[in-house]
Ligand binder design. Structure first.
Ligand code: MRU
Length: 407
């Protein structure tokens, strides 16, 4: 196995499953999904988006390469922090909750390797600035490292590294539990025979569980309530067309992909009953940063009288950011916009504008669904009630429901 820098792996489903369970890795070239058409195959594997590899085979983090789905199910193995930071920046691993998990395991990687753990934590945290869960997961892991170091005398570094892995696993397990609770809380908002519109990708690829908005959609599908899932393609990197469609197909949902710009006429035609999206950062006033294009959907929803609902764990609420204008929006390379599938589509000299996220003000949001309950309407007050308990967002769940549906 190649570890130390990111080792890209392209394989058929059997080999990927082998890689994910620690088997031999086939080394291919890292790259984008369009570079892997030759590896297209069925979508039946159950490869987790992230897997920690203990020593002696590791320490390493095996990532299902989301830049290449669905054309290829490939594993990228990160054996050091720079490799992980590169994978995070390239969106090999992505989505707010999963970035929290990846960040925490990144701190474990640094601890096992004997790196400067605080410096590594800072480097990981800065890899993507908008998704608040990344820094949150990193800081939780760093705190676990410091606690363990402080408490141990015998082989302290190794003991502390194990403590960080345990903390990262807790974050992953908590996210799975949060996902199940969000699905239950959000389901009550979905009407019978719902035609749901979603944006970007919010399912199991970005979560320790079944995701955020997609977990609610899955619950609605299982309850027989979902008539249709409309999936925005999500330009420029097509998380909707590539990843959400991949997950919807595997779940057997009635679904269709549309160009982002087709959402307006779809809503005007009365073909959407509810819009469900995730979030990358929720400011204290209820403003939501999410994949670019979300704000436009919220404006459309308001105009057409369609509920616009955000689903996110409490770990995505950032009470230290007072309002939407204070959220730092990640700017990404221009060629993601000026090219498509690796082919330049704009004239060579034309510059691009590529914000990864936009910010939706709370007055356009019908409700924010969390694992602790539903903030409806989302305001500084309702969010503060949902995040109350310990003063820290990683504290015990508050038994408070701002508003709750169902029994
Ligand atoms: O740039 P990405 O693909 O990491 O953006 C992801 C999103 O915008 C998701 O909607 C968000 O993280 C919520 S996922 C549960």
């Amino acid at each position: 196995m190649e570890i130390g820098s990111c080792a890209g792996v392209v394989a058929g489903s059997g080999s990927v499953a082998g890689a994910a369970s620690g088997g031999p890795f086939l080394v291919g070239r890292p790259g984008h999904w369009w570079a892997a058409r030759e590896s297209a195959h069925t979508l039946g594997v159950e490869t987790p988006p992230l897997r920690w590899i203990d020593p002696p085979e590791g320490p390493a983090i095996a990532l299902l390469d989301q830049t290449r789905l669905p054309a290829a199910e490939a594993i990228v193995t990160c054996g050091d922090v720079p490799a992980l930071v590169d994978a995070i920046r390239r969106l090999v691993v992505r989505g707010a909750p999963m970035l929290g998990v990846a960040g925490a395991f990144g701190v474990a990687l640094a601890a096992y390797r004997g790196d400067d753990v605080a410096a590594a934590a800072a480097e990981i945290e800065q890899a993507r600035p908008t998704a608040v869960n990344l820094g949150w997961g990193v800081r939780r892991a760093l705190a676990a490292y410091r606690r363990a170091l402080h408490n141990q005398t015998d082989g302290p570094e190794r003991v502390a590294a194990r403590a960080v892995v345990a903390e990262a696993r807790s974050i992953e397990a908590e996210d799975a539990a949060a996902s199940a609770a969000m699905a239950e809380n959000g389901l009550a908002l979905v009407p019978e025979g719902a035609r749901v519109l979603t944006h970007c990708n919010t399912g199991a690829l970005v979560s320790g569980g079944e995701g955020t908005a997609f977990a609610v959609i899955l619950a609605a599908h299982r309850a027989g309530r979902l008539a249709k899932l409309w999936i925005d393609e999500t330009r420029p990197l097509l998380q909707g067309a590539r990843l959400t469609a991949y997950e919807a197909q595997r779940a057997g949902m009635p679904h269709a992909v549309l160009a982002d710009s087709a959402a307006a006429s779809l809503l005007a035609a009365g073909a959407v009953d509810i819009i469900l999206t995730g979030a990358d950062r929720i400011a204290a006033d209820g403003s939501v940063a999410n994949k670019v294009g979300t704000y436009g959907l919220a404006v459309l929803a308001s105009y057409h009288g369609v509920p616009f609902v955000v689903v996110a764990p409490v770990s995505t609420v950032d009470l230290d950011t007072p309002e939407g204008a204070a959220i730092k929006v990640e700017q990404r390379p221009a060629d993601e916009v000026t090219s498509l599938a690796g082919v330049r589509i704009a004239p060579e000299e034309t510059p691009g504008y590529n914000p990864a996220f936009d910010v939706t003000p709370p007055e356009l949001i019908t409700a924010i669904v969390t694992e602790r309950g539903v903030a409806k309407p989302p305001t500084a007050g309702t969010l503060r009630v949902l995040t109350a308990g310990s003063g820290k967002l990683d504290g015990a769940a508050a038994a408070v429901y701002v508003e709750r549906w169902g029994p």
